[in-house]
Design a protein around this ligand. Structure first.
Ligand code: PHE
Length: 469
């Protein structure tokens, strides 16, 4: 058996999309090599609810070897010093025991979980009261405890690995009505442990099981996993909080409105209050959107630092989800928010990698209950840019490239950006990416960067079936 269980049911996962009809067809299928991609969809899902980039945070400084390309760099021998450490062999989350070999299986073509992702499972930043993510979670808890005393049950230790053995396959998608051809199911976007098991890509994965268990008011906080590009606001592991409230018919029958309008109105009042609790008296607006599991669906935006910023995604739960899970006559609302996105703004944290830093100069700046203390950068270390160009194959995707770069350089990679692309007369396509290396904690040496870039080139060539130029 893949995932050993000693506790209650595990987790499921998924993600959103804003324009269902615009999503290209994609059905997961076994991979022919570890990172063999799916095909070449471009960015299917804006990480709407939690994860649009904040341009004001993108680094502008440039020094140490700016825009150099590796062609002028000598070729050092591979150096083990810069390899990402292999994670602890056995974890336990919410009573579920997880071994590394359960999750990372290089020889299995249906598995695309690398070691650096496995090493994040179990860290549970949202359960650390002195960490910005934990502080924010607790502030949201306070809002619900004050406004709905003893109503919302909180879950923050549900296992992020979803096994298939229960009611239907891929509960993680199916149970929240994600269509079979939805691109979020692709190997290019989601971490598969095997063809039927994934690392959850959103906390909505838990909606159905908790409804079945009879909960009517609940908050689920957890780490979620998505394959994606690399920049200062995107990291393949981040944290979400989900909220669900179920109403029974006697709650809306005297309201003079229908059940859906009643739930939508209650949802908006609740979330506007939450936004004020976190951000103070800000201007807000509601934007219509699409999620497979809610109808109508909305995003809440606030006007903050002279920009409209998306705070969360939400909506009235699809009736089918309620009916399938024993709540036929009810109506419900649900929301999901990205904690990093909000914490970056509330604490002035300029780069998403910092959340994972164990450097005391970062960790010591935050303490329990202190929401919105502004982070003081301890120093600004220079970035270093290196370019890599190659002829791509049909199977090339940017997410796969980012995975390989992250696998070699870990958190020293700050951004991977497409700089140039052309197709020659023979139909061969060349792409040039610029990799920004920068440590949050120290200055990197030229030797170290050259070594990293060398290792990146080797890994890109061997794993991605491209021809370096
Ligand atoms: N699960 C959605 C996402 O990850 C967010 C969401 C949750 C939207 C609940 C609506 C209702 O994008």
């Amino acid at each position: 058996m893949l995932i050993r269980r000693s506790g209650s049911c595990c987790a499921r996962a998924l993600r959103l999309s804003t324009h269902h009809h615009a999503i290209p067809m994609a059905v997961p299928s076994p991979l022919s090599s570890h990172l063999k991609p799916f095909s070449s969809f471009c960015h299917p899902f804006p990480r709407g609810h939690g994860f649009k980039p904040f341009p004001q945070f993108l680094s502008s400084s440039c020094s140490a070897s700016p825009f150099s390309s590796l062609s002028s760099v000598p070729s050092p021998k591979p150096d083990k010093r810069f390899k990402t450490p292999v994670a602890a062999a056995l974890l336990e989350i919410g009573g579920v025991k997880i071994a590394r070999d359960d999750v990372v299986r290089e020889s299995d073509p249906t598995n695309n979980v690398p070691d650096n992702i496995f090493s994040k499972i179990g860290l549970q930043l949202h359960r650390k009261d002195n960490h910005p993510i934990g502080i924010l979670k607790n502030a949201i808890y306070d809002y619900f405890d004050t406004n709905y005393p003893s109503k919302f049950v909180k879950f923050d230790d549900l296992c992020p690995i979803v096994s298939v053995q229960q009611i239907c396959s891929l509960q993680n998608f199916d149970e929240v009505l994600v269509p079979a051809d939805h691109v979020s199911r692709s190997y290019n976007d989601t971490y598969y442990v095997n063809a039927d098991t994934v690392l959850r890509c959103h906390t909505s994965a838990h909606q159905a099981e908790l409804l079945r268990e009879g909960h009517s008011h609940f908050l689920v906080t957890g780490d979620v996993y998505r394959r994606d590009s690399i920049d200062s606001t995107h990291y393949p592991v981040f944290h979400q909080m989900e909220g669900v409230r179920v109403f029974s018919p006697d709650e809306w029958k005297d309201s003079g409105t229908d059940a859906t309008s009643y739930a939508a109105m209650d949802l908006k009042i609740c979330l506007e209050g939450l936004a004020r609790h976190l951000f103070g008296a800000v201007e807000m607006r509601w934007v219509d959107t699409y999620f497979p599991f809610t109808d109508p669906s909305f995003e809440l935006e606030i006007y903050f630092q002279e920009n409209w910023m998306e705070v969360l995604g939400c909506g009235v739960t699809e009736q089918d989800i309620l009916t399938r899970n024993g709540r036929k006559d009810s109506v419900a609302w649900a929301f999901g928010l990205g904690l990093e996105r909000l914490a970056m703004v509330l604490f002035d944290i300029p780069d998403i990698r910092l959340f994972w830093s164990t450097d005391q100069r970062f960790t010591s700046q935050f303490s329990e209950g202190k929401l919105g203390v502004k982070f003081k950068p301890f120093s600004k270390f220079p970035p270093c840019y290196k370019d890599i160009s190659f002829w791509i194959s049909d199977s090339f995707t940017e997410n796969n490239l980012c995975e390989v770069v992250r696998g070699v350089a870990g958190d020293l990679v700050e951004e991977v950006k497409l700089m140039d692309k052309f197709t020659n007369k023979k139909g061969m396509t060349s792409q040039c990416y610029r990799i920004a290396y920068r440590s949050m904690e120290r200055s990197l040496t030229d030797e170290e960067i050259n070594q990293l870039q060398w290792n990146v080139r080797e890994a890109v060539q061997s794993k991605l079936h491209v021809t370096l130029r």
